[in-house]
Design a protein around this ligand. Structure first.
Ligand code: SF4
Length: 353
């Protein structure tokens, strides 16, 4: 039912249903989501039977938990066989869901399991927003101890490049904010550098947060690990980020995946500090979550700490982001990779990684 726009739900119900049923259904889908149509208690039994198969645009294929059950990772499967990854993370004051915007990704970043897997298709707006609704429904049934019992924050940091699927991502933002009632300020759209998309987002009515995955501070090295940089080099990205800041008054964040020997030197930190200063951005440093298809590794903890210290002494606000769920393939694309191995390479699935 999420594939139908919230305003068009009457078309699913048929002419015999009273007009207020669409409002009731919309509430069950967006305001107080439930895992099963059977739980939509104010809908007549016959209607619930009719809608039962149409509730979610995907089915749950794998669920994994980690970090003392404060992280849950789901792999959903759509009727056309596409795999969607979603990660739910509970913290003391927030519950964040990391959602996917595409199946696979065409950007080809060398450190990313999704990039190494290639692009399959865009996700529909309904498939994007349903990941958040599912997380809310799952939390209603089984909250994360010590965390809010509903999704407080959404990050578009799962599979795919959100700004390469602009119109559908935009529609999902509209539904999250205007139908689900989320605050735009609690939603972060992350991009690997689609500069025109950043400019379009700056012109939207919602003050969402923007995160830019930078990972390298000069064009030659960045183009090596983020091929899109050849199209939209760093100066273009800095200019787009500054426009976003000017339009929205929201500080941009730079995501920096720290890769041993690649982008973890003092010189890298100094160059990054220069860019962050120009963007007026704060920096999230994320030690690499290794993928099975690449030899790249995170630096040791002392090098990570030194890198963060160097940024701070250059006057940049920098935080080391925790890497949730390392033991459950939580980096984007990894669970999908594992699921594909199970179906395509049965022997590999049996071997521990
Ligand atoms: S890091 Fe993001 S943009 Fe790059 S390949 Fe992975 S999913 Fe795509």
């Amino acid at each position: 039912m999420y594939l139908t726009a919230p305003e068009d739900l009457t078309s699913l119900l048929g002419e015999d249903e009273p007009a207020y049923r669409a409002d009731q259904l919309r509430d069950w889908l967006y305001r107080t989501p439930v895992l099963s149509v059977a739980d939509m208690t104010n809908l007549p039994a016959e209607l619930r039977r009719r809608l039962a198969d149409r509730h979610w645009p995907f089915r749950l294929e794998i669920e994994q938990t980690a970090d003392d059950r404060t992280t849950r990772k789901w792999l959903f499967r759509t009727p056309d066989g596409a795999a969607i990854e979603t990660v739910l993370m509970g913290y003391p004051k927030r519950t964040t869901v990391c959602i996917s915007s595409q199946v696979g990704c065409a950007m080809g970043c060398t450190f990313c399991a999704t990039g190494q897997y290639g692009f399959e298709r865009h996700l529909e707006a309904g498939e994007i927003v349903a990941q958040v609704a599912y997380a809310n429904a799952a939390l209603r049934r089984s909250p994360i101890a010590g965390s809010p019992d509903h999704v407080t924050n959404v990050v578009f940091m799962g599979m795919g490049e959100p700004l390469a699927n602009y119109d559908r991502v935009r529609e999902s933002l509209r539904r999250l904010i205007e139908t689900m009632g989320m605050s735009a300020r609690s939603i972060t759209v992350s991009t690997v550098g689609v500069a025109p998309g950043v400019r379009r987002l700056a012109a939207e009515p919602w003050p969402v947060n923007l995160a830019i995955s930078l990972h390298a501070a000069d064009d030659a090295s960045r183009s090596e690990i983020v091929p899109l940089n050849r199209r939209y080099p760093i100066d273009d990205l800095v200019a787009a980020a500054r426009e976003f800041f000017a339009a929205k008054g929201r500080r941009v964040s730079i995501e920096w995946t720290l890769i041993a020997g690649k982008n973890d030197s003092d010189r890298d930190a100094a160059a990054l500090a220069g860019i962050a200063g120009r963007m007026r951005a704060h920096v999230n440093v994320i030690p690499l979550n290794p993928t099975p298809l690449s030899d790249e590794r995170p630096p040791d903890p002392s090098r990570v700490a030194r890198f963060v210290r160097a940024l701070r002494s250059a006057g940049i606000t920098a935080t080391e982001r925790d890497t949730r769920g390392r033991d459950i393939d939580a980096a984007c694309g990894q669970l999908r990779l594992r699921s594909a191995r199970r179906t395509e390479l049965p022997d590999a699935a049996a071997a521990p990684r």
